[in-house]
Design a protein around this ligand. Structure first.
Ligand SMILES: Cc1cc2nc3c(=O)[nH]c(=O)nc-3n(C[C@H](O)[C@H](O)[C@H](O)COP(=O)(O)OP(=O)(O)OC[C@H]3O[C@@H](n4cnc5c(N)ncnc54)[C@H](O)[C@@H]3O)c2cc1C
Length: 397
């Protein structure tokens, strides 16, 4: 494998890093104080600048209106963007829209592409992905209670979902519901596009997560689908294909998360080193950096981040060259490895900042609160470890 960065990609990375430093990081104090809706006007201004730089929607296919970067290239870019919480949204490559773009691009009908994909890539609308249920274990997604029953030309959807991230203000949800209850487990569910203004799509609340309810894009919705009627034309792919499409969505989706987490690692690491170098801890001016325990954190974090980066780029390269299926082991490995590396590095950086780390005067406390979920969403650590181990052990039977 070859991770050499092309001249074109290096130019893009330099532009993005400069933009993040100059335009986005200075917004962080405001961002941690205000609601997302209050931030939207300034976010829109920055998005216009990104469009003028011709870096809009970097990871989406060219025929869908994106820049068409490969997964490895997007990985490099995503690390630069992940240094600040607004990076991905401003460049329009944020979850959960990124995953929805990929599956509608691959499985959508021409009408669905026209109605949902085009405006989504153009940034005119947002979307959400509604799979996890309140009363069923997300770790075993075949256990779904949400149903979509046929009635004439329509489906009628009933169910209780939560953690439908970014549902507040989204134009449509991609909903996972059981359409074929008699089929084998993995062929029972389908994905259906549900416009959020459909009667029966009820956003109950934005769930408070780590003390933060959030709003608009920056939120996690609890949704009640109550006799929610949509045309059968809104089926994505074929009936019963929901889990197959979900695998397609979650593979690259997990890589995208890891790449963003590497950006968080880089930023936390940078803040840790800067603080260690200036924080005086003795009368004669010795700094935190003079202490071996801090030096150990710096060295270990540098090595941990580099290991996580190489594993992630390798998994991206494998998906680019051999497809999602060939990279299954790698995807599971990076999901729990990078999430834990991020948590460790952010924790060390916060510790080095002492009381300051607990305030919102740096971005570290925000990262600490908002990124704990990384070890849970898109498959909890334990689930990835168990399924990876089972697959590996089978090879030695
Ligand atoms: C911030 C955030 C955003 C999210 N966004 C979305 C979204 O946009 N759309 C969506 O559909 N979902 C979303 N989710 C839901 C997420 O994917 C689920 O929370 C996740 O799959 C775990 O499911 P669960 O919460 O039902 O936990 P459970 O399945 O109840 O599992 C609880 C815990 O049990 C343990 N466990 C479970 N199974 C096993 C096993 N086989 N072996 C060993 N241990 C096990 C794990 O430690 C796990 O954390 C989001 C979650 C969070 C926290």
């Amino acid at each position: 494998m070859d991770f050499e960065i092309s001249d074109k990609m290096q130019t893009i990375l330099d532009m993005v890093n400069e933009f993040v430093d100059r335009e986005l990081i200075p917004l962080e104090p405001e961002f941690t104080r205000k609601s997302f809706t209050q931030m939207l006007p300034v976010i829109r201004e920055k998005q216009e600048m990104v469009k003028k730089m011709e870096l809009w929607a970097p990871n989406y296919p060219v025929d869908a209106g994106g820049l068409g970067l490969s997964l490895v290239e997007h990985g490099l870019l995503s690390e630069a963007l992940g240094r600040t919480p607004l990076g991905h949204f401003v460049f329009w490559c944020q979850a959960p829209d990124a995953g929805n773009v990929e599956i509608i691009h691959k499985y959508g009908t021409p009408e669905q592409k026209e109605k949902y994909l085009k405006p989504l890539v153009a940034g005119k609308i947002r979307s959400c992905f509604s799979m996890t249920e309140v009363d069923m274990p997300g770790s075993n997604p075949v256990l779904l209670e949400t149903t979509a029953e046929k009635d004439g030309d329509d489906y009628i959807i009933n169910g209780h979902k939560w953690y439908t991230s970014s549902a507040d203000g989204a134009a449509f949800a991609v909903v996972m519901a059981v359409t074929n209850p008699e089929a084998p487990d993995y062929l029972q569910a389908s994905m259906i596009i549900v416009p959020t203004d459909t009667p029966g799509f009820n956003l109950v609340r934005n769930i408070p997560v780590m003390g933060h309810e959030g709003n608009d894009y920056f939120s996690h919705g609890e949704i009640l689908y109550q006799s929610c009627r949509v045309p059968q034309d809104n089926l994505l792919g074929s009936e019963g294909e929901g889990f197959i499409i979900a695998q397609e969505r979650l593979g690259p989706g997990r890589i995208h998360h890891c790449m963003r987490w590497l950006g968080i690692c880089s930023r936390a690491f940078e803040l840790m080193c800067r603080r260690a170098n200036v924080r005086k801890i003795t009368r004669d001016g010795k700094t935190l950096a003079s202490r071996q325990i801090i030096q150990a954190w710096v060295a270990e974090s540098a090595a941990d981040i580099q290991a996580a980066r190489l594993m992630t780029l390798h998994a991206a390269w494998k998906i680019d060259t051999q497809g999602v299926k060939a990279a299954r082991h790698d995807i599971s490995m990076i999901k729990f490895t990078v999430a834990n590396t991020m948590q460790k590095v952010v924790d060390r950086a916060l510790q080095v900042h002492g009381g300051l780390g607990m305030t919102d005067d740096t971005i570290l406390a925000f990262f600490y609160r908002h990124e704990r979920a990384a070890r849970i969403y898109d498959g909890a650590d334990e689930v990835h470890k168990t399924s990876l181990a089972r697959r590996i052990l089978r090879e030695y039977l």
